[in-house]
Design a protein around this ligand. Structure first.
Ligand code: GLN
Length: 445
């Protein structure tokens, strides 16, 4: 079966149902999800022009639900980044302010939903790449529980952290896509067994739902507009009958460090397959060693090379115990800390990002500043738990601002209910009346 075979290329489209739950819905998928009918580049030169011979399971399920996959979304190369500026094909811009980034690494899908090009898009979230761009673009972004959406056909970055995620303008649309995609997949050994949680009651009341309020997290270093959004969100949840549980929570101290060791270690191993022999670009050379090195040094961009170097170092003999093993231990502690907190609340409210969308070029020369964009999102990946970014309107300057809800494993139904309550501002009467909120659309320029 090869991609150029017309039978194969149209197999996906032929499978589309006209009576499925997503019948006729145009969906964009991030360019690290394999599709038989479009090239899959991962935002990298090394895969330029490569087309997968098979569809990712989530793409297959989209088509089976009747959705029409209308294109691929731009991304930071191999999903490494927080701004989509590391795409080899140029950056994506924030539709609300073209001088600013849409977040990343799933900036393309997030911007497409914000701009109204598609109502639903898929991204991937290894350390926040769905939730942070969702927040920067003023849309919903769900990172499901690890293993709930199949990773088969998602080009691997950090396999123990990667999850396919969903962007949409409304909580109900996230729920609809989740219900069509979630569930075990025999092609993915890490997919969770058993049926995925039922999210059909996404608009049910949040009466009595306990939401954690770890205010110490935003005591410093968080943009005041985001703190304001958190307060508005808490007030709205309370109006809708949810109960605030103030708590002290400090999961972030070693989170960023642990994440950047685990993610780079796994990436250095996962990216070894791009060698100029098996996939994509080949820079021919007289001897095999030179073919490998020239293909990889010319095919991978600077951020990907930085990660491969970091990861290879962390895994090398003599350093393995000091770095990789220690990071895994920190990860276990972080997991436990989240589990302990969720003994006291059903969901937790926190920032999705410490900042509003930043300007293009602002952080590209400072990898550490870029890495700190993930301080509030990576915990969920390390712990394997679900998180939902919820848009909270625009700032006075017209920039989107959002908040994040986290929950324990399989808490997607509670996250969506709380997200829905925020969508309608906690107003039960309005909730009964409408399915549509008043989003300000980005201004056309
Ligand atoms: N920004 C983070 C990174 O660069 C997260 C990326 C992601 O979730 N794919 O690793």
């Amino acid at each position: 079966m090869v991609a150029s075979d017309p039978e194969t290329r149209h197999a996906g489209a032929d499978a589309a149902r006209t009576d499925g739950p997503l019948a006729g819905v145009p969906v964009l998928v991030k360019d690290n999800l394999c599709t038989v009918d479009y090239p899959t580049t991962c935002g990298s030169r090394i895969l330029e022009g490569w087309t997968s011979p098979y569809d990712a399971t989530v793409v297959k399920r989209l088509r089976e639900a009747g959705a029409v996959v209308v294109g691929k979304g731009n991304m930071d190369e191999f999903a490494m980044g927080s701004s989509t500026e590391f795409s080899a094909y140029g950056p994506t811009r924030n539709p609300y302010d073209l001088a600013r980034v849409p977040g990343g690494s799933s900036g393309g899908p997030a911007a497409a939903v914000a701009y109204g090009l598609v109502p639903v898009a898929l991204g991937s979230d290894t350390g926040g790449s769905v939730r942070q761009p969702a927040s920067f673009c003023g849309v919903f972004g769900l990172k499901p529980t690890y293993g709930r959406l199949s990773r088969y056909g998602l080009v691997a970055f950090g396999s123990s952290l990667d999850q396919v995620g969903i962007f949409a303008r409304h909580a109900g649309d996230v729920a609809l896509a989740y219900a069509s995609l979630a569930g075990p997949d025999p092609f993915d050994a890490t997919s969770r067994s058993g049926a995925a949680p039922d999210v059909s009651a996404w608009d049910a009341s949040v009466e009595g739902l306990r939401f954690g309020w770890p205010a110490n997290l935003w005591a410093e270093g968080v943009d005041p507009a985001i703190v304001d959004a958190l307060k508005r969100a808490a007030a709205a949840l309370e109006r809708a009958g949810a109960v605030r549980v103030p708590m002290h929570f400090m999961p972030g101290t070693y989170g960023v460090a642990a994440y950047y060791l685990v993610a780079t270690a796994e990436a250095s191993s996962n990216l070894a397959r791009f060698d100029g022999v098996r996939y994509g670009r080949r820079v021919s050379s007289g001897d095999l060693g030179a073919l490998y090195t020239r293909t990889r040094s010319e095919g991978f961009g600077p951020e990907v090379q930085r990660r491969i170097l970091l990861g290879t170092y962390a895994l090398s003999a003599g350093y393995y115990d000091a770095y990789y093993l220690k990071a895994q231990r920190a990860r276990t502690l972080i997991r436990r800390e989240y589990a302990e907190r969720f003994g006291h609340c059903d969901v937790m409210l926190m920032p999705a990002s410490p900042t509003l969308p930043f300007r293009l070029g602002e952080k590209t020369d400072d990898p550490l500043a870029m890495y700190l964009s993930d301080v509030f999102t990576i915990g969920a990946n390390l712990a394997g738990i679900p998180g939902l970014s919820v848009p909270m309107g625009l700032t006075r300057e017209g920039l989107p601002v959002g908040v994040q809800l986290l929950g324990p494993e399989d808490a997607e139904p509670a996250l969506l209910r709380a997200g829905r309550a925020l969508e309608v501002g906690g107003d039960r009467a309005r909730l009964a009346r409408t399915h549509v909120t008043e989003f300000a659309w980005p201004t056309k320029r």
